[in-house]
Design a protein around this ligand. Structure first.
Ligand code: Z5A
Length: 216
């Protein structure tokens, strides 16, 4: 896929309940203050059709078992809608795109969690995502028990959140393997730290990105 990217593409990754949504809100305030034109979005989802696919993927009461292959393909079907109809046009218009999860989540959840071979996921990545890469990915990292504890007050858990602890441990490991493979893109934040400390790190990352990309 050809990319005529002008805006900055920043993604947030990490296990369940480790503070991605909270970080997106913080980044939103930062960018508003810096008077930078941006959108925030998420995966799976982000466009009307992609959000419908999200509902299907995460519904804990779905009428039949969703097979791992269907789950993988639906993640990429949702992503295709999202990239073509929202992310690329926003970047081409010079907007920053702040995305809560992107293709790294497929390597972590469908690869690490479900056990798909990395090469199988890479084939879909090459086809659907192509050259589009985030300039920066913030990975909120912590033992999965912490995120589960933070998220435990929710009334309902989605279909994937109902997996067991070892699934989320594999997800964490897969994220860390990806981060190790691309140390320039990934900024790992220790999500066990108090919110103020996490936000101070995010602010430093944002200051750097603004210095690097916004002057151009
Ligand atoms: N998925 C997939 O399998 N494959 C893919 O390719 C993609 C996704 C793209 C939906 O993700 C599911 O889709 C997800 C992976 C799968 N399933 N799981 N698990 P989602 O992003 O919509 O849902 P989520 O991962 O479950 O995120 P979340 O539960 O919404 O959590 P969060 O956004 O990371 O956390 P939060 O809501 O910002 O924070 C949780 C609580 O902790 C909240 O009360 C905060 O105030 C508090 N918090 C946050 N930071 C701190 C700190 N530092 N200290 C103390 N308390 C804190």
């Amino acid at each position: 896929m050809q990319q005529s990217q002008r805006g900055v593409f920043l993604t947030l990754e990490g296990g369940e309940g480790l503070g991605k949504s909270t970080a997106v809100k913080f980044i939103q305030q930062y960018l508003q203050q810096a008077q930078i034109d941006f959108i925030t979005t998420r995966e799976p989802g982000g466009t009307p059709v992609a959000e419908q696919i999200r509902q299907l993927l995460l519904n804990p009461n779905v009428a039949e078992e969703i097979t791992p292959v269907t789950e993988l393909l639906l993640m990429f079907a949702s992503r295709s809608q999202h990239i073509v109809n929202l992310i690329l046009p926003a970047l081409a218009a010079g907007k920053w795109v702040i995305c809560d999860r992107f293709v790294d989540a497929s390597y972590a959840y469908q690869g690490g969690g479900r056990g798909f071979d990395t090469q199988q996921i890479k084939q879909l990545d090459d086809w659907i995502v192509g050259e589009l890469r985030p300039q920066v990915t913030i990975l909120l990292d912590a033992p999965p028990q912490l995120g589960m504890a933070r998220a435990k007050n929710r009334s309902m858990h989605d279909r994937i959140e109902q997996e067991k602890l070892d699934f989320f441990e594999r997800v964490r490991t897969a994220y860390l393997v990806r981060a190790k493979g691309e140390p320039d893109r990934f900024k790992i934040i220790d999500a066990t730290k108090p919110l103020a400390a996490v936000q101070a790190e995010i602010k430093m990352i944002m200051d750097n990105i603004v210095g690097q990309y916004n002057e151009k």
